[in-house]
Design a protein around this ligand. Structure first.
Ligand SMILES: NC(=O)c1ccc[n+]([C@@H]2O[C@H](COP(=O)([O-])OP(=O)(O)OC[C@H]3O[C@@H](n4cnc5c(N)ncnc54)[C@H](O)[C@@H]3O)[C@@H](O)[C@H]2O)c1
Length: 411
């Protein structure tokens, strides 16, 4: 079977992680049990470019249980878990991923998935979609996109008139970005920072760059652990929101001198740069939670200090002027490189959206234009209802009277 992984002997360890995640991802389990008899993905080729984590293993095995042939590469050169890759490969998933890929390996793994001619393309960040646009893609019926940065790239392709197939922006589902980006990444970013550095958060000054879903989650968790939090923003409405949520707002140029830990959450490039590094205090820690490794100008740090010392795994020390700065995970996404990514409970919501959108595309692609589509409302509501049911939570329903009142006030 085609594939390239680090070591297939790790499959047994991967199985335990797969089972641990499966037990915490009941929505995917429910979708599989509802559909497994009809096998709606029978014989369909799916191409996945996702972080190769235990949660992704549950999605991949769910799609396989519905009949799909799945090929998987990693959405980041440093995030793949080798045991999960081994488990999936030994269970018939065509995996092209290992931890520590070079940039060239990373692209080759993506190209390997493209070469298997996927009919539905599921991506996290847009690299697989972009690769699919560079070659013949006649067989592609549609795709999905997991994250904010990927959706932005696809909207760019769409406005240039180059988007070749319909793509559902899974990130935009309320049951995705309101939970994964905020609660998931908020928690797991600290999981990564703490595993790497083991520092106390209470009493620290933390600077959070960007107050979208990810920034809100990171800022809230930082406050919850006793840190003082300053938020930097470029969007006045988001800055106002952060202010009214009780955070201090500052320009990064001013916050640079006070921060103990800086966390970028913007999806934008060159957010923390030389002019900020030089103002930082000795010992400042720099972490990125955004998708790409462009938010902290790591290139400047590497060029100014030829041999940074790796003082702990994933923590490099740089000298800038007379001060020491610590860059985590080479400026790559900290929760996935230093920890295990978002927890299974929240990825259950995201990946339930993914699987339902794949099923939707398999069924409806003929009626879908080549543009970026929102997640159908009924999918979003279904995922939330399944999640509440799995938690044993019941909610009210509108009475007939209330429905009449709603309709009359709308007219
Ligand atoms: N690590 C993860 O597991 C994970 C999960 C979800 C999303 N993401 C990624 O995190 C990033 C942010 O996602 P989001 O959903 O919060 O995006 P978002 O677009 O909702 O929010 C980003 C915010 O950053 C602000 N911003 C942009 N440039 C800035 C700058 N120079 N300084 C300060 N603020 C700036 C924007 O105004 C915006 O409010 C994206 O790259 C996304 O793909 C990562």
């Amino acid at each position: 079977m085609p594939g390239r992984i680090a070591d297939v002997r790790l499959a047994e360890k991967g199985r335990l992680s797969f089972e641990w995640a499966t037990a915490r991802m009941p929505i995917l389990g429910k979708i599989v049990s509802e559909n497994k008899h009809s096998r709606p993905l029978a014989g369909m080729r799916l191409g996945f470019c996702l972080h190769v984590t235990k949660e992704t293993s549950v999605l991949a095995m769910s799609a396989k249980a519905l009949g799909a042939e799945v090929a998987l590469c990693s959405a980041n050169p440093l995030s793949a878990k080798n045991d999960i890759a081994a488990y999936l490969y030994s269970h018939g998933i065509r995996v092209f991923a290992w931890r520590g890929e070079t940039r060239k390996d990373y692209q080759q793994c993506i190209d390997s998935v493209v070469n298997l001619k996927p009919e539905i393309v599921t991506d996290d960040g847009g690299d697989l979609h972009v690769a699919c646009h560079k070659v013949g893609r006649e067989q592609i019926l549609g795709g999905t996109e997991e994250t904010t940065s990927g959706v932005k790239r696809l909207l760019g392709l769409q406005s240039a008139g180059k988007l070749a197939y319909p793509v559902i922006a899974v990130n935009n589902a309320r049951t995705k970005h309101l939970f994964d980006n905020r609660y998931g990444t908020g928690q797991s970013t600290f999981d990564g920072i703490l595993r790497a550095t083991s520092v106390l958060i209470a009493g620290k000054q933390i600077v959070v760059c960007g107050y979208g879903g990810v920034g809100k989650g990171v800022a809230a968790r930082a406050r919850g652990m006793g840190a003082s939090v300053a938020v930097t923003e470029v969007d006045p409405v988001r800055a106002l929101e952060a202010k009214m949520d009780g955070f201090s707002i500052a320009r990064l140029a001013d916050a640079a001198a006070n921060g103990d830990i800086f966390i970028t959450c913007t999806g934008q490039s060159g957010v923390i740069r030389k002019e900020h590094f030089v103002k930082m205090k000795d010992g400042a820690i720099l972490a990125n939670a955004g998708h790409f490794d462009v938010e902290i100008d790591a290139a400047y740090l590497y060029s100014s200090c030829k041999r940074p010392e790796e003082v702990r795994q994933g923590v490099e020390r740089f000298s800038v002027k007379d001060k020491k700065l610590y860059l985590l995970s080479k400026g790559r996404v900290a929760n996935l490189v230093l920890a295990e990514g978002n927890p299974p409970e929240v990825m259950d919501l995201s990946f339930a959206n993914q699987l339902l959108c794949i099923l939707h595309t398999a069924k409806n692609h003929g009626k879908m234009d080549a543009k970026v589509h929102e997640v159908p409302r009924e999918i979003d509501d279904r995922v939330a209802s399944h999640a509440l049911a799995a938690m044993g939570v019941e909610i009210d329903r509108l009475t007939l009277e209330q429905k009449r009142y709603r309709n009359s006030s709308l007219s």
